[in-house]
Design a protein. Structure first.
Length: 600
């Protein structure tokens, strides 16, 4: 038993390594002449590998291969996963323009050889200055041109027929440092049925040669489109606001300034040009079995069982496979014998987007129930599609299918000629025939309903009155809250009392500085709220002038301002003692109370 368990574990480990092990290559697709770049071969989860280097021509090998190993261990849901990767890195330099192929490399692991595919590197003439110097110069200016960053919506076809799939790809090109994006407006594709087939969570940058310049490009979205109307269909432009980081230019730079570069953010709105697709109508002369299928397809039909009994269910399957607008295919018409009860077909999709179209299959399941016994023949299924490559209609026809229906063994089942589907026995409704009444019926009142009674309308009127009063009260309350001066005036005394309470607590705790600070806030805050003064307008002279205008007693005004001055002075003076603090507190309470009576 122990040997069996060890053998099973060994097989599972071998399957896991075989499934996860891979050997890949990474290299820029475009480089400039004289530029140095890296060529990296990576073996993942391949134990005891033996590396065979590739043939490298037309490039200077400056260093390599240098080997580095990385082990990674993760715990996910209590399960430990471990991976190991070994990288072989070359540093190359391009010295002549052209397109050059780097041959395949291989590793041998457990007597299995893994090879990479040959890769092509395009070397362009580039600008007179190295790419690093050009990037540095562009980074020191805040003027970003349309050549530095632009957006492009590309389609693989511009002339199609109605229903023919095409691909639209939205790509961002830049040669400056794009740190983020804002206010993205993706295309809407009016006149097309569209499906998003690529939407990266994290943008991946790749190099591309654009008119002899090296740009970083990122694919933002990719769509498969199916035109639903004919004519010149315009795809509106897409927009994106790029957040670009540029280095601030300095004057009188020292040798240490490069270590302390400062950057600023520049935003530039980028708009892609609109694209127009010419959509032709399908040619005339389509057979009656044509229902809009465009592409290249095959047809297969079969029965779930070759023989059944009456009143037993059986399914007929029609599978259409191929490429094109398979996602929009309709169920083909199937002619079943009249003795069959037919239900709506069930559709099973098994397709995916690939190379700008949809490939896969679509299966239609037709459930039927034969109601009579005998041998029945199901007529051929006819399916017509428009072939894009030949420009003609092609009709597929299945072979007839025979179904043996045996007599049911249940005696109560109907075994004669097919009858309507939903059958039931005739039921007696009290009389054999219900005659039409010729006289007017006599209606009698039975019971009393609450709806429509006096109590019902009384309660309804009371509820409406309460709702109106509540609405009016809320409206007045809202208007009162909008009056900031009135709100401050009404809450001044309440806020002052709360601050006086806090000051009293500080006095009992012998917090000398906090006591006078809170008492000062109570005096200043109360008078500012009563007189509707902002913090900037609050001064003793202003307060005295406004109180005089309101005919407040001069002695009360002087006592109030003197008390404010005493609090401000006491904050920075030695502790006068508990008796003096209690006196000032009592004076503050008294003067605020008197002022409240005067300024109501």
């Amino acid at each position: 038993m122990k040997k069996v368990i060890i053998a099973i574990v060994s097989v599972l480990c071998f399957v896991q390594v075989s499934a996860q092990g891979r050997f890949s290559v990474e290299v820029p697709g475009v480089v400039a002449m004289g530029e140095r770049f890296r060529l990296v071969f990576t073996a993942i989860d391949l134990p005891h590998e033996t590396f065979t280097p590739p043939k490298i021509q037309n490039f200077h090998v400056l260093a390599g291969p240098t080997t580095s190993t990385m082990n990674r261990m993760e715990y996910i849901n209590g399960r430990r996963t471990q991976s190991r990767s070994v990288s072989y890195t070359y540093i190359l330099e391009a010295y002549e323009p052209g397109s050059f192929t780097i041959g395949e490399a291989s590793v041998v692991s457990d007597n299995v050889t893994y090879k990479t595919r040959p890769v092509v590197v395009e070397v362009i003439q580039g600008a007179d200055k190295p790419a690093e110097e050009r990037t540095k110069e562009q980074a020191t200016t805040t003027e970003i041109t349309d050549d530095d960053v632009f957006l492009r919506l590309s389609v693989n076809k511009k002339r199609v027929v109605k229903g023919e799939p095409l691909t639209a790809t939205l790509t961002l090109y830049t040669r400056v440092n794009v740190a983020g994006a804002e206010d993205i407006k993706f295309p809407e594709f009016n006149g097309f049925w569209s499906q998003e087939v690529y939407s990266p969570q994290q943008i991946e940058w790749q190099r591309e040669n654009v008119k002899g310049e090296i740009y970083q490009k990122a694919t933002l979205r990719s769509y498969v489109l199916l035109p639903q109307q004919t004519g010149e269909i315009r795809i509106d432009p897409s927009e994106i606001v790029c957040v670009i980081q540029v280095r601030s230019a300095r004057r009188g730079q020292s040798l240490l300034d490069d270590f302390f570069d400062t950057y600023q953010t520049v935003r530039k709105r980028v708009i892609s040009p609109s694209v127009t697709i010419s959509v032709r109508d399908l040619p005339s002369g389509a057979p009656p079995s044509f229902k809009g299928a465009v592409g290249k397809y095959s047809l297969q039909t079969y029965l779930g069982r070759d023989s059944v009994r009456t009143h037993d269910a059986v399914s007929m399957y029609v599978t259409i496979a191929g490429e094109g607008n398979i996602n929009l295919l309709e169920a083909p018409a199937v002619q079943f014998p009249l003795d069959f009860e037919v239900y709506d077909p069930k559709i099973t999709d098994d397709y995916k987007s690939s190379d700008g179209t949809f490939t896969g299959s679509k299966t239609f399941e037709y459930p039927v129930i034969p109601r009579s016994h005998g041998t029945f023949t199901i007529n051929p299924v006819v399916f017509t599609y428009y072939d894009i490559h030949t420009g003609t209609y092609k009709t597929l026809r299945s072979t007839p299918m025979a179904l043996e229906v045996a007599r049911s063994t249940e005696s109560n089942m109907y075994t004669g000629v097919y009858a309507p589907t939903h059958r039931r026995k005739v039921e007696s409704l009290g009389e054999d025939i219900r005659y039409i009444r010729t006289t007017a019926p006599v209606w009698k009142k039975k019971g009393v309903y609450f709806t429509g009674s006096v109590y019902y309308y009384t309660i309804l009127a009371a509820l409406l009155s309460i709702a109106g009063i509540l609405f009016s009260w809320l409206k007045k309350r809202k208007e009162r809250k909008k009056d900031v001066v009135r709100v401050r005036n009404s809450k001044a005394n309440k806020i002052a009392r709360a601050r006086l309470k806090t000051a009293g607590a500080h006095m009992k705790s012998q917090l000398f500085s906090a006591y006078y600070e809170e008492l000062n806030r109570a005096l200043w805050g109360y008078i500012a709220d009563k007189l509707a003064l902002s913090q900037a307008e609050s001064s003793r002279e202003k307060i005295e002038a406004l109180l005089m205008e309101r005919q407040v007693d001069e002695e009360l005004i002087k006592k109030y301002t003197d008390l404010i001055a005493s609090c401000e002075f006491a904050r920075y003076a030695p502790d006068p003692g508990q008796t003096e603090k209690e006196r000032i507190f009592e004076d503050a309470v008294a003067v605020i109370s008197k002022m409240e009576q005067v300024l109501k």
